[in-house]
Design a protein around this ligand. Structure first.
Ligand SMILES: Nc1ncnc2c1ncn2[C@@H]1O[C@H](COP(=O)(O)OP(=O)(O)O)[C@@H](O)[C@H]1O
Ligand SMILES: [Mg+2]
Length: 339
């Protein structure tokens, strides 16, 4: 029995009153042993009964009411199960659990709020760069550049490149928003991975050629996966695109696939400068870039890997990265194997 249960409280009060009354009357009024015992029993019964009644009437019923209110507020329905043990410890447990839930909820909301603030800050920063550059070119043109045939065309082209960059950022944000809201569902079909890689590499042949990077498709024939064609193309083109942008000149980018039971592990590896270990855990965050790559890759939105991760996870897969500075980077993701 819990020390705080009404019966236990009544027991304690009853026993103490009985002993006190018995001792006092036995010595002061010289009561005989038999009468003392009889008196103790009567006092005990009276004290126990009234104490129990008082606790029940004025404490337990109110505590139960509090318990019910807390329980309803917490679960949104119904009365609590009849407490195992007494009402006080039941309410204690319930309030404790409730407080813990609320603490967790508040921590999660704070985290989301921080994430949102950071995201909006990053977004403003990302948009500011192209906007200022466009504004700069337009102002220079207005202030006389327009009449100068040496610069007018190239300034307009650069302003055009700025708008393209902004469009890319907005389009990538749109993709993320649609992936997150579930509008862009996964239309998984049985597809040939080797052919998908061929398609992605063909699309990137030109930029790869500019940097002298060799693209190799090492996926075996008849490697079937169950995935959304367009999304897989997007993943491959982002990863291979990164290998081309950030890889070393005249280097290599190879795509391989490995059997993992009911999954296929796809690896996109380059022999570029690599990424220092401290960046790896944050690489898939939106707008996260390593050091100076912002300057090196003016074209990127910084959202590529965030999109890739989203797509892979929406197929039930996972993506990881490993990299050694000076040796290269490998992105590895899983896709479900076609049945
Ligand atoms: N293969 C790679 N080698 C080296 N660094 C890479 C590679 N892939 C990605 N990164 C780094 O990760 C960052 C995030 O990539 P991503 O999300 O595609 O954004 P973006 O390419 O638009 O900058 C890049 O800016 C770059 O610093
Ligand atoms: Mg990229």
């Amino acid at each position: 029995m819990d020390s705080r249960s009404p019966a236990r409280i009544a027991w304690t009060v009853g026993s103490l009153s009985a002993v006190a009354a018995a001792v006092a009357l036995h010595f002061m009024a010289d009561l005989s042993a038999g009468r003392t015992v009889a008196l103790a029993v009567v006092v005990f019964a009276a004290a126990f009964g009234s104490c129990r009644w008082l606790v029940k009437r004025f404490v337990q019923e109110r505590v139960e009411l509090i318990h019910r209110t807390v329980h309803e507020a917490r679960s949104g329905h119904g009365a609590p199960d009849k407490a195992a043990g007494d009402a006080l410890s039941a309410v204690d447990r319930e309030v404790g659990a409730w407080a813990e839930e609320k603490r967790r909820e508040v921590a999660e909301l704070r985290e989301r709020e921080r994430f949102r603030r950071e995201f909006i800050g990053n977004l403003a920063h990302e948009l500011r760069t192209p906007i200022f550059s466009i504004q700069g070119y337009i102002l220079t043109l207005l202030e006389g550049g327009l009449e100068d045939p040496k610069v007018n065309r190239s300034f307009l082209q650069r302003a055009g490149a700025g708008t393209e960059r902004m469009i890319r950022i907005v389009e990538d944000l749109d993709v993320i928003a649609r992936l997150e809201s579930g509008v862009m569902g996964v239309q998984a079909v049985r597809m040939d991975l080797k052919a998908a890689v061929d398609g992605a590499l063909a699309e990137l042949a030109k930029p790869a050629g500019v940097r002298g990077i060799r693209l190799r498709n090492e996926v075996r024939d008849e490697c079937w996966v169950q995935a959304d064609r367009d999304r897989v193309a997007q993943v491959l083109s982002n990863l291979v695109g990164n290998a081309i942008h950030y890889g070393k000149e005249n280097g290599t980018c190879a795509v391989q696939a490995f059997d993992l039971g009911d999954q296929v592990l796809v690896e996109v590896a380059d022999d570029g400068p690599g990424i220092a270990a401290e960046h790896l855990s944050r690489l898939f965050e939106r707008f996260y870039r390593v050091g100076q790559s912002r300057a090196r890759n003016e074209g990127g939105s910084g959202l590529g890997l965030a999109i890739v991760k989203h797509i892979v996870e929406s197929h039930g897969g996972t993506i990881t990265v490993r990299s050694t500075v000076g040796e290269g980077t490998t992105f590895a993701f899983t896709l479900p194997k076609a049945r």
